[in-house]
Design a protein around this ligand. Structure first.
Ligand SMILES: [Zn+2]
Length: 232
């Protein structure tokens, strides 16, 4: 891909050349499928969109838009797997900058969103902790109704699956336990599962899970944490 980047760098209008090359038949036939399958391996759950975690990731998104930085059109670190809603309808060419000229959007492949975004499990909605969190929620409409509903469903169903996993593991039925583990991690909006495990160990956990003490016990269970997270 370095050859294409060199070509773009030498073009009279790099932005135009970048768009032309990206849409070229050879690139579409040979590079796009390879990129898409490499990204699918890294995507959450079953090839889910790296932004919303809900829809299937169908598009290769340029995190930094081609329009702004044509030299990153063929930069692997600038490629993300996104659904067409997040990519083509919501983000489009949006790429806001802070006053210090640093990008505001959080790159889900290289940055930890935790300092910027808090998931309210009870509400199924993200709360911004910083300007970057605010911009990311707005650009991707992360609290759209269908995502909130999906997160609340994941929050309700995950304790049942954790309990099933625990029972299968205790019976030494490892195939059954593995099947439940896949169901837990492959469900859409699996960001909820990560948030549940994370928030169960935070100082405010008793308040967060005030009406769900059994869920809290499952999330703190060392056998479950080791089996599903690989850590206590
Ligand atoms: Zn999406």
């Amino acid at each position: 891909m370095a050859g294409y980047t060199g070509d773009i760098g030498q073009a009279a209008v790099p932005k135009q050349r970048a768009k032309q090359l990206w849409k070229h038949t050879t690139v579409r036939r040979h590079i796009h499928p390879a990129l898409r399958s490499a990204l699918a391996e890294m995507a959450p759950g079953l090839e889910r969109c790296m932004y919303c975690g809900d829809n299937q990731g169908t598009d290769i998104d340029h995190f930094e838009p081609v329009r702004l930085n044509p030299l990153r059109t063929f930069d692997w670190h600038n490629h993300l797997l996104a659904c067409s809603l997040c990519n083509s309808h919501l983000k489009r060419d949006q790429f806001p900058f802070a006053d210090d000229d640093k990008p505001l959007l959080i790159d889900p492949t290289s940055e930890d969103p935790a300092p910027h975004l808090h998931l309210s499990l009870a509400a199924g909605a993200y709360i911004d902790l910083t300007d970057r969190g605010d911009a990311t929620i707005k650009v991707f409409d992360l609290n759209r109704k269908i995502l909130v509903r999906g997160r609340l469903n994941a929050y309700r169903i995950t304790p049942l699956l954790l309990d099933k996993w625990r029972t299968a593991f205790e019976k030494d039925d490892l195939a059954e336990a593995e099947a439940y583990a896949e169901t837990i991690w492959e469900q859409p909006t699996a960001d909820v599962v990560y948030a549940m495990f994370h928030q169960a160990l935070t100082p405010g956990a008793e308040d967060i899970f005030a009406d769900a003490s059994e869920t809290l016990a499952l999330l703190r269970d060392q056998v479950i944490r080791t089996g599903l997270l690989g850590t206590c």
